[in-house]
Write a protein that binds this ligand. Structure first.
Ligand SMILES: Nc1ncnc2c1ncn2[C@@H]1O[C@H](COP(=O)(O)OP(=O)(O)OP(=O)(O)O)[C@@H](O)[C@H]1O
Ligand SMILES: [Mg+2]
Length: 204
């Protein structure tokens, strides 16, 4: 599903952020990318959803080499990928439900299916009762669960999570990790970047 073939990413002169990185991720894997701050975890994920292109080497997702993809084709790639960030990135002037259904509207899902799917994913993360609230009225852990619901709404085959527990306490972090594991158990490939090895170890 994801192939990195001798990938180097250099932002400026000096040490590259990633040097000569090669790996494969097969469909159905749960991969944890770990390393200290500045190790290049975010850079690596950004290469997967083509926020960045490598300085050298190849990144292949679902058989497509991303550097050969035109900018017009990038939205189609991103539609197949769910992304969760450390800082949630919910739209502040839209309700919880709108934050989720917005994605489906962009994909031109019909209203009734949008409503049904939004309700389902919010129920699934345990926040159906907050559907009509503003994101700011939710706790950090709840906001991250909404962000996960949004990332899953369009049923992506691949979920990328960049330090999704970085702003959360240990109990809330375990909850989020539990959700990611459930998503994985349902057949989605998950790539989690985190420096928090304690969390990974405590989850077993
Ligand atoms: N847009 C950028 N311009 C220049 N240098 C950058 C840019 N983004 C990242 N870097 C550098 O690339 C290296 C890797 O950064 P990256 O954000 O990928 O690390 P990270 O492992 O995600 O760190 P953290 O755990 O702090 O999130 C760092 O040295 C960083 O300073
Ligand atoms: Mg990072």
């Amino acid at each position: 599903m994801i192939v990195f073939d001798r990938v180097t990413k250099q932002y400026r002169a000096g040490e590259p952020a990633l040097r000569d990185v090669s790996f494969h991720i097969a469909p159905g894997e749960f991969v944890v990318i770990t390393g200290p701050s500045g190790a290049g975890k975010t850079t690596l994920l950004q290469l997967v959803y083509r926020e960045l292109v490598p300085s050298s080497g190849r990144v292949v997702v679902d058989g497509r080499e991303l550097a050969e993809m035109s900018w017009r084709q990038v939205p189609a790639l991103r539609r197949r990928i769910g992304i969760v960030f450390q800082d949630f990135r919910l739209l502040p002037r839209r309700t919880v439900a709108e934050n989720v259904s917005f994605v489906l509207r962009a994909l031109a899902w019909p209203v009734s299916r949008r409503r049904e799917r939004t309700r389902r994913v919010l129920e699934w993360v345990g926040l159906a009762h907050r559907a009509h609230d503003w994101p700011q009225s939710l706790s950090g852990g709840e906001q991250q669960r909404v962000a996960i619901a949004r990332a899953l709404a369009a049923e992506p085959r691949l979920l990328l999570a960049d330090e999704p527990t970085g702003n959360l306490d240990p109990a809330r972090s375990l909850e989020i990790l539990g959700l990611l594991r459930e998503i994985h158990a349902r057949g989605t490939t998950v790539v989690l970047a985190t420096h928090d090895m304690t969390l990974i170890e405590s989850a077993g």
